[in-house]
Structures are given as structure tokens and as C-alpha cells.
Design a protein around this ligand. Sequence first.
Ligand SMILES: Cc1cc2nc3c(=O)[nH]c(=O)nc-3n(C[C@H](O)[C@H](O)[C@H](O)COP(=O)(O)OP(=O)(O)OC[C@H]3O[C@@H](n4cnc5c(N)ncnc54)[C@H](O)[C@@H]3O)c2cc1C
Length: 518
Amino acid sequence: MKKTKTDILILGSGIAGLSLAIKASSLGKVSVVTKAACSESNTRLAQGGIACVWDEQDNFLKHIEDTLTAGAGHCKREAVELMVKTAPQRIQELAELGVPFTSSGSKKFELGREGGHSHNRILHIDDQSGMAIENVLIEKARSITNIEFFEYHFAAGLLKDENNKCTGAVVLDTKNTEMHLFNSKVTVLATGGAGQVYEQTTNPLIATGDGYAMASLAGAKLKDMEFVQFHPTSLFHPQANGFLISEALRGFGAELVLPDGTMFMKKYHKLGSLAPRDIVSRSIFTEMKKHQIPCVYLDATSHKSEELLKKFPSIYKMCFQLGIDISEELIPVVPSAHYMCGGVLADLNGLTSIENLFAIGEVSCTGVHGANRLASNSLLEGLVFADQAFKYIRKNRTELFAVNASDPCIDYPYLDKQADKREIEYLKSDLRKMMWEKVGITRNTKELIVAKSIIEESENRIANWLSKNTLNEDLLSLRNMVITSKIIIESTLKRKESMGTHFIEEKKILYKNDQILA
Ligand SMILES: Cc1cc2nc3c(=O)[nH]c(=O)nc-3n(C[C@H](O)[C@H](O)[C@H](O)COP(=O)(O)OP(=O)(O)OC[C@H]3O[C@@H](n4cnc5c(N)ncnc54)[C@H](O)[C@@H]3O)c2cc1C
């Protein structure tokens, strides 16, 4: 077994992991462990951009209020204020690193608008914001000698000492099929979300909830896992792989319509197609059920093709490749699992309930998103809390680095690549279908109880399998998906009232105002 001693071990190479790695490299040796190629992440897929108060007409209070409103009164105000007020500094740092934010005319940065925002405040890089940010961060991190990358390294479990302090992680080197033990002074979960536990998702294959599972197995507290955000508009096409049609297109005037072109969103909310995401997703779902249709449509045909191509090049090109000219035809869309609002409980410094273990970015629950995330607040959360964690580690380095990073005595099973891939894929697909049907956009207690018993059966089956079979990435990611799903189901069952993204069918009233039909 390979062994690496490091000061700061970062699991994950999205915006949260990379931005912390770059800063933390001034404090010691940093190891970035990531399960696929470095760029493979949710971050890379982000289209819309990053929310930040930048315009003189806008102010912090408005961004704070918008975030709290979207979060359905469940956000931690302190965390929201911290995020909103420090956003301009973090954006400035990104710009200084070379992130080419789109500018407009005399204005330094062009500011887009997305659902739930009362002002234009979305900084973006055309419609490929995440890709541009990820590329700049990777380039910068790779240029720093204190940072070492371990690509195709799958973190399997966290290590703790006898004082319950985190001392590193057990990792599978999936290219060389060998175990790799990382002993670290500080360990950071930056493993992103869990969209892959659902049949319909905008998330890439890496998003199997590994961080939630590892944290839970290590005994860390998790919070708000019932709040799964479903993006209202992913492209409905067999070859689209959950490709996202950004809210920015609706911000630009595209309207949600039925197959005959009838608009329907004003029935559900005064902001129409730009209502908060949970309301739009549920409204679409209701219309699909009512009209027995597999999808609804986005109508962007009031714009010329040159305009759409310039503003939304990747959406335009993707649809065009699939035979849809969005300047002339309606775009078929369905809601899809998109973002985990809850996660590993972390304080304002990213510190979890386990000493020396931090959680930042989507895997964490800082309280910023409450019951529903406001659009384009998640890249920002990753940046802001990576910075918070950096400052905390810098300030408390002596104490944190005093952890005893000695080798634990664990007998690791032999790693075998040949374990049954097909059966694992089959189980994953069953799980994803079950989560979509029983723990999806609308929920009811009866179905949730059935889901719980199915997941417990899967858990037993996997435990049995793990005891007989050898460890490998496929089996571990299935285990993580099952553990994460179980946590989602259990949290969902505990939340009796509808709130934000969590909608219980048997209670008919979602919000007290009468703009919403439940
Ligand atoms: C299609 C799409 C569009 C989006 N658009 C926006 C937007 O416009 N604005 C916005 O603010 N947010 C957007 N989001 C959400 C946002 O992209 C994510 O919440 C954010 O990028 C999460 O960043 P992160 O660093 O926490 O995780 P990620 O970027 O997902 O990175 C997680 C990393 O952890 C690694 N990893 C996972 N498990 C393991 C393991 N076991 N071992 C080792 N490595 C592991 C992954 O390989 C990856 O490198 C969008 C999301 C999607 C899917």
C-alpha cells in the first residue's frame, strides 16, 4: 500500500477544493485527491454564473433578502450575510487570477438576472461560467509546487485517531488498482453533490454523494438532506444526458409553455417563468401530469438566432446538434435533480463536527441555502467558505497541525477490478429510479416508507456483498449512493411540513400566500 504524508488533504477538485488549495498552499504541503480527471466536477458544468452585488443600484440587503426568501425562512442569516458581504472580494480575486468575466460596453462586468433575484447580479462568462472558472483555477493550482494532484484517486473513507480527530483518508488509486493511505493534519471534504442518486439529473457521473457517505460513516453530523433542488429545465432528449438549459435563458425572456404554446407559469407565481426553482419545477410537474405529457417547452423564439448564439453559445450549439433550432422551435424540457441544499454540517469556518475535518462547497451545509438555494449562490458559497476555511486554518495552524498523523492499523481488502460491473450498474439504476419515483419532486409518507424499506434491503445486500467481495470503485460508489439515499429518505420522513424544495403531497398548502397552487 502506498502512503503519503501531507499537511492539508483536499478531497475534490471543483471550485471549493481548488480555491482552498491555491490559498492553503501558503500554509504547507497540499494534496488534492480527485476521483476522475481534475476538471471533472459540477463546477465545470455551471452555466449561469456567480451571484454578487456589483451594480451601484443593487445592495447587500437585497441579495440577503432574496437568498432568505428562496430558502423559505430556513437559512442561517449569519452565514448568508457573510457570504453576500464578502462576495465582491472573492470575485475580485477570481478576476485577478484571470477569470475572464463577460463585460458589457462601459461596464466592467455584464450582470445577468436569474430566478428569485430582485436585481441583475449574476457575473458570468458567456454561458460557460463554470468551465472558465475551473480552467483558471486548475491552471493556477498546477503552477504551485506546494500542491500535488492525485487524479483518478477515489477517497473511500476518512481516518480518525483515538481522540476523534480526522487524520486523513483511505483512497483507491483506480488507475493502478492499489490502496493509497493519506495521513494529513487537516482534511477537507470538497466532494460536491449527489445528483446521481436520481434517475433524472443535471449532475455528472462523479456526483454520487461520496462525501456525505464518508462523513456519515465517520460519525459527522449532516443536516437538511431532505432539501434536494430540482432544476426545472434540463433538455428532454435521449442524447442530452441531463444537459441544463440555464435559468439565464428565462432571465433573457424565454417563457415556459405547453405544447400548444400556452404560457402557464403566471398561474403559479407572480414572477411567472422566473419564479423560484422549486415552484417552477413543481408547476411543470403538475402540468405534465395534468396534460399527460412527457415534457413542457421553453419558448425563446422571440430572439434572433445571432442574439441567442452570442449570449448562449453552448445551449444554442447543443440544441442545434440535436436538431432543435431554438430561435425557431420550442425547446423540450423536464425538471431534474440538480443541487443538494443540505449536507455535512459546517460552521462559518467550514469546520465539521469532527475535529480537523472541514467541509466546503456543495457537500457542506453552512445554512446559506436553507430549504432552497437561490440561483447562482452555490459557486459563490464554495468560494466564500473555502476562504473562510483557509483563514481559520491559517489562524489555528499550530493547534490543527499538532494532530498525530500516525498510521492506523487497518487491514485493507485486496483491490479487484473484476467484480461484477453489470450487476452493480443494474442496482444503481434501480436505486436511481426508486429515488426519482418515491423521493422526488413531490413526496408522500406512504411512498417514503416503502422507499425506506427498499433502501434498508439494499444496504444489507451491499454489506453482505462487501464482506464477500473485494473493494473496488464501482462497489464503493454504489455503497455511497445507498448511504446518501438513506440519509435523504430519513431526513425527508422527519420533515412533516412542506418547505422550500421539500413538498409533501398530502398537505395541500405549501405557502401561506395564495399565489401558489399546491
Ligand atoms: C449543470 C449545472 C449547472 C450549474 N450552474 C450553476 C450556476 O450557474 N451557478 C452556480 O452558482 N451553481 C451552479 N451549479 C451548481 C454548482 O456548479 C455546484 O454546486 C458547485 O460547482 C459545487 O462545487 P464543489 O467544488 O462543491 O463541487 P464539484 O464542483 O462538484 O467538485 C467535486 C469534486 O469532488 C470530486 N470527488 C467526488 N467524490 C470523490 C471521491 N470519493 N474521491 C475523490 N474525489 C471525489 C469530484 O470528482 C470533483 O472533482 C450548477 C450545477 C450543475 C450540475
